[in-house]
Design a protein around this ligand. Structure first.
Ligand code: FAD
Length: 442
């Protein structure tokens, strides 16, 4: 897929070679399990379901469909997991973007729906990792940390809600000096430890799920950008060299695709987030920084997020450029943020750096819907997509099977639409986020 120049610049680093071909030079690509050589789409194909995009939305949905016996085709512009799914922070958590909107709009149904959203993605991922023996370094343990006193009551309320719903043995409240036993940073005042949440190697999960889907008969075509969708009782997705006709077409390109903007314009805005990965740190250093190897993020509106990799590197993500552009020098932009949490790493060597696009939705609720009876879309996880994409995949598979209840719960959420295209929209969202950035700061 053609990249915006800023994105291409962020991907072109002097990091070590990747273990798989055709990916940006990330830590994940350098440590990826093998992937079969890409097969581009050529000629005519027919399927029950054709999915545009081979990230978690596309691949998790394809696996859900294939497990139920549907003939499914995924058409990916680059490689499986090339987009956000193969570049993210790897944190799977119970955090639900858009929770307040869901409560407001769903009324009495909200509580049960939110509880389902909170954990069913974890269960599905864990079950797939076991069933298909996907080597993706899945590890439990997470800390959500308050940087400011005023963030403590909300975090504490979340802790109490989890404890009162039976997760008391999976969560812990830590505060003051005790916090230093969990995280070697002076940046926080309190934290919620959660052993139900955790972290993993997202590209390897995506590649593993793609392999599982293939083993069940799914066909996955890569290096095949979809140019257009043709509508009708049996719609088709069309690439330069081929076409797939299907009963249902699903757009799953999230912040990377620009298809069907007449219908989807003003709904989703790309923002970019960045990650740096340090050189391997000594065991002593890891014991001092993060002895339980937790995934961590803070309670700010624009979060820092990090975790320790199996080879003792700190994988640190932060910031969010709501203009969707990458800084010219990612290391220079990220070092002060990293040093703000761990001053002891001020001069650490950075081995990898990259950016990726997040699909921001104004009310933060994932968007599922229909452009026509047979052309659907699923997008917009606002930076919390690892679990949600998997939940959405099951909802889409249920809907193909005729059970539209979960699909409709998402589809009937009212979304605000900005009457502008993606670039202008991202600028408007950037302005809004400036407000939150200032709130975080002061
Ligand atoms: C830096 C970063 C850190 C993040 N950290 C976390 C985290 O720690 N935890 C978490 O839960 N979430 C995180 N997220 C969010 C999460 O990664 C996403 O929500 C999720 O991966 C979205 O999956 P997706 O399949 O919808 O989109 P993507 O993974 O972006 O996949 C879309 C795919 O569609 C393809 N495509 C686009 N246009 C076309 C076309 N015309 N034809 C064919 N294919 C096309 C693209 O090539 C791409 O592969 C992070 C995101 C980023 C960028």
């Amino acid at each position: 897929m053609t990249q915006a120049p800023a994105q291409a610049a962020a991907d072109a680093t002097d990091a070590p070679a990747t273990a798989v071909e055709g990916y940006p030079a990330t830590y994940y690509a350098a440590t990826a399990n093998s992937a079969p050589p890409p097969t581009p789409l050529s000629g005519e194909a027919d399927a029950d379901v054709a999915i545009i995009g081979g990230g978690f939305t596309g691949v998790a949905t394809a696996l859900s469909m294939a497990e139920r016996g549907h003939a499914v085709v995924v058409v990916e512009a680059d490689r499986v997991g090339w987009g956000a799914s193969g570049r993210n922070g790897g944190q799977f958590t119970d955090s639900i973007a858009g929770e307040a909107t869901l409560r407001r709009q769903l009324g009495a149904e909200a509580e049960a729906f939110l509880w389902h959203l909170r954990w069913s993605g974890h269960e599905l991922i864990e079950e797939r990792v076991r069933r298909y023996a996907i080597a993706c370094d899945l590890r439990h343990g997470h800390l959500r940390a308050a940087k400011k006193r005023r963030q403590v009551p909300g975090l504490r309320a979340d802790y109490e809600a989890l404890a009162s719903r039976g997760l008391g043995d999976q969560v812990a409240w830590v505060e003051g000096a005790e916090l230093r036993d969990w995280i070697g940073s002076e940046a926080y005042v309190a934290g919620l430890v959660n052993w139900r949440n955790g972290h993993l190697h997202p590209l390897n999960l995506c590649l593993g799920e793609a392999e599982a889907a293939r083993s069940l008969g799914a066909r996955i075509f890569e290096h095949s950008p979809v140019r257009r969708v043709e509508y009708g009782p049996r719609p088709a997705v069309v690439t330069d060299a081929g076409r797939v006709t299907a009963d249902t077409v699903i757009l799953a390109g999230n912040a990377y695709h620009e298809l069907e903007q007449r219908a989807l314009r003003g709904m989703l805005f790309p923002a970019s987030s960045h990650i740096v990965v340090t050189e391997p740190l000594s065991d002593d250093c890891i014991r001092a920084l993060n002895p339980h190897r937790l995934a961590v993020y803070d309670c700010n509106h624009i979060i820092d997020y990090y975790r320790v990799t199996p080879d003792n590197r700190l994988l640190f993500g932060a910031g969010c450029s709501y203009t969707g552009r990458d800084p010219a020098d990612i290391d220079a932009a990220m070092r002060p943020l990293l040093a703000g949490v761990f001053p002891q790493l001020r001069d650490v060597r950075i081995d990898y750096r990259w950016g990726g696009r997040i699909g921001i939705v104004l009310n933060r609720v994932p968007q599922l819907g229909r452009i026509s009876p047979h052309v659907w879309y699923a997008q917009g996880y606002s930076g919390h997509g690892i679990c949600l994409t998997h939940i959405v995949g099951e909802a889409l598979a249920d809907a193909v099977d005729g059970d539209t209840a979960r699909f409709e719960q998402f589809a009937r959420i009212r979304h605000k639409r900005l009457p502008v295209g993606r670039t202008a929209g991202s600028a408007v969202v950037a302005l809004g986020m400036l407000y939150y950035r200032l709130l975080d700061k002061f």
